[in-house]
Write a protein that binds this ligand. Structure first.
Ligand code: KG4
Ligand code: ZN
Length: 334
């Protein structure tokens, strides 16, 4: 079969990214321009600033990705682009660039939903096996996604309030850690012990998640320590929050594995970069002999365009294309 080479673009939040991906499995190049340094100054992503920096970066990053892959536009079979969900202004820049390339070079345009990209990042490690359970954990989403086959996404659990990455970032903020808090909380937790008591999480549905109570409990705990004149250990608080949050997260995975026929579990999204989550997944999954698992490479956990190329490849094979009048959709579902 002829090789399929896709040029993929991602700009849904604060990363401008372009990748060249062969057959959805081989990364010929993957360039990411992060805006974190800028947004750290404001303590979070400022949408207007993000859009402006995407405009500045996108042509450069496309040129670099093509050069690094050692190909020309003649070799490209299609343009895959994140059309949603995300920040409307940010998405718009990537979609506009993709439409321009598709029009100028007469290439098919492939619309990709961002979270499907996070899931298909696992295809860089090994073949996906269905029925598959994807634990999607990012700054904006926490979902249990059951897939009976390629591109069949059934959301069987979701968060009732905050996404887990959002909770990490909010806890980072109350502990005065720079944005984004997730990676810092992860790092500090390794130096601490989970000695602060945090409440057990309850949800209406046994497959749903809730993280806002944990975040408030951390805040109350800090205030209580202050009132009592006791010193707060930031590493111990990070460890306490992390154990509580990930314990809650993994309990839902166990429930799905007990209830549904699942052949493989995959982690997906920025929080899949968390060292403790990767440890828990490895430990728990090695006890389940009939279910395989994949943890995506660190470089493919946080936002990147290679994952959009991996998902876009499946869409390409299925004949999912869009016209040049496609628009960014900030709340696009899977
Ligand atoms: O997938 P992603 O790059 O963007 C979204 O689609 O949201 O995820 C970003 C989120 C942020 O909330 C960030 O704090 C979190 O992933 N994150 C982590 C770690 N690395 C990134 N959270 C916990 N531990 C980490 N090591
Ligand atoms: Zn993401």
């Amino acid at each position: 079969m002829k090789d399929v080479i896709l040029l993929a673009l991602e700009s849904s939040c604060d990363e401008t990214a372009c990748a060249i991906v062969k057959n959805g499995k081989e990364i010929l190049s993957s360039k990411v321009a992060s805006q974190i340094d800028v947004h750290t100054r404001y303590g979070g992503v400022v949408p207007e600033v993000a859009s402006r920096i995407h405009i500045e970066n996108i042509s450069i990053i496309i040129k670099e990705a093509i050069e690094e892959a050692g190909i020309s536009m003649d070799d490209v079979d299609g343009i895959a682009v994140t059309v949603g969900p995300g920040l409307i202004g940010s998405l718009h820049i990537g979609v506009l660039a993709a439409k321009t390339l598709a029009w100028a070079y007469h290439k098919p345009l492939i619309p990709v939903q961002h979270l499907t990209g996070h899931i298909y990042a696992n295809a860089f490690v090994g073949d996906l096996q269905f029925p598959l359970l994807a634990l999607v954990v990012s700054g904006g989403h926490t979902e249990l996604v059951l897939m009976k086959e390629d591109y069949d996404f059934q959301v069987i659990g979701t968060t009732q309030d905050d996404a887990i990455g959002e909770a990490y970032d909010k806890v980072g903020r109350v502990l005065n850690l720079p944005y984004p808090g997730g990676p810092k909380v992860d790092k500090l937790a390794k130096e601490g012990t989970p000695r602060y008591q945090l409440p057990k999480v309850h949800t209406d549905n046994p497959l749903n998640f809730s993280f806002s109570g944990l975040k408030s409990a951390v805040l109350q705990s800090i205030k209580r320590l202050e009132r009592n004149g006791e010193e707060l250990s930031v590493p111990d608080m990070c460890a306490s929050f992390q154990e509580a949050a990930l314990g809650h997260l993994w309990s839902r995975v166990e429930s799905v594995l007990d209830e549904y026929d699942v052949k493989q579990v995959v982690l997906a999204g920025g929080v899949a970069a968390n060292s403790r989550l990767r440890e828990i997944c490895t430990e728990k999954m090695s006890q389940r002999k009939n279910v395989s698992y994949i943890i995506p490479p660190l470089s493919c956990c946080t936002d990147n365009a290679a994952m959009i190329g991996a998902s876009g490849y499946i869409a390409y094979k299925k004949g999912i294309f869009c016209d040049l009048d496609v628009e960014a959709d900030p709340s696009l579902e899977m």
